[in-house]
Design a protein around this ligand. Sequence first.
Ligand code: G6P
Ligand code: MN
Length: 454
Amino acid sequence: MKLTILGGGGFRVPLVHGALLRDHGEGRVTDVTLYDLDTGRLSAIRRVLAQQAAGARQSGGTAGEAPRVTVTTDLDEALRGADFVFSAIRVGGLDGRAADERVALSEGVLGQETVGAGGVAYGLRTVPVAVEIARRVAALAPDAWVINFTNPAGLVTEAMSRHLGDRVIGICDSPVGLGRRAARALGADPEEAWPDYVGLNHLGWLRGLYVAGRDELPRLLADPHALTSFEEGRLFGADWLRSLGAIPNEYLHYYYFNREAVRAAQEAEQTRGAFLRDQQRRFYAEMERGDGPALEAWDRTRAEREATYMAENREAAGAGERDACDLESGGYEQVALALMRAIARNERTTLILNVRNRTTLSLLDTDAVIEVPCFVDAGGAHPVSVAPLPDHATGLVCSVKAVERAVMSAAESGSRATAVKAFALHPLVDSVTVARRLVDGYAEAHPGLAHLRA
Ligand code: G6P
Ligand code: MN
């Protein structure tokens, strides 16, 4: 079985490879093709993977079982013969992410890569590239399943689904993490808990948590001690969670505490994108320099990235450090692998995924990509029916979906007016004038958006 990873020189590829090494089942991935534009990044990651495979061989069991890894800068070659395609690209690199943040923050609005003005800018740059990939997949590997990791994941998945239908599925590990943390806070086994979660990517709410058929979320909401024992509880505070009657995805901190989040980002020594840009520059340079312990260097860098995740928000909320159990990676690659296995081997499971709505949420049309628990089997991902969104969530979800649609149409037409509309309609952009200046700023900062100049 052939897995192609687009963005194969990306920093998180070893997470996926590590999970593949732990998979000894029948029908596992035998061939991994890494596709990237940058050969330096490809060889760096290839070195990490080789050391990972050697380590797995030494610790026994997997001799001869590690997937064959090949690298290429030719997209068509990468796609031919692929059974699964993981799309994890970053258009404009981390320099682009840092520029997205800078332009937004200078206008006093949020520059985060998936939320607010930053998410709109990143979407405008990414959609055309993702759509081109989708077209190539449809032409060269029409039976392949595409698993989209590329942010803003909901929007990018929807743009790709216009060419690939239900053969593209978007993933994110934030909802799984939330379900797991909430279950642990209740003293329940996360594997036995069923999360009633729905929304858009990075814009969803946990409305119930069923353990042995009983909704235990009310018990959690009633217990301030348990409620503030985990990340989301500390970010949002027990009172606000009780007012909502639900636990929001961590990214909703940018909405509910927008002023504090913008201020924290403005006051931070470095934005998240700039921090990761410098961190990864150091890592890839170290890889280029020599034959040192690549895996160790990678793991050290990874641990530092995990520890500082959403640090500004936690600081603004006085939420303290991350819990030890949240620092281990696992979510991201486990969701991807579980999804791939469920489809490839008909290992039926349920996962929270980004898929087309069909009739799940009546307030959105059937093609709108939403994030929802899905039943997965060899036929793909089928959203399960869920209760309607609570009133306070419907407005946000509809507004943000309208923004996503404007981004897709601006990306397709190249229209400045539509790009302005995308920014201006976002609930976290507070003026049409600001939206116009944002378009000017992004057209200036990104060569790929130069056509949006006034
Ligand atoms: C979470 C989010 C992802 C994001 C990742 C890394 O898992 O759900 O969408 O890509 O964190 O965030 P970072 O700020 O480290 O790039
Ligand atoms: Mn995510």
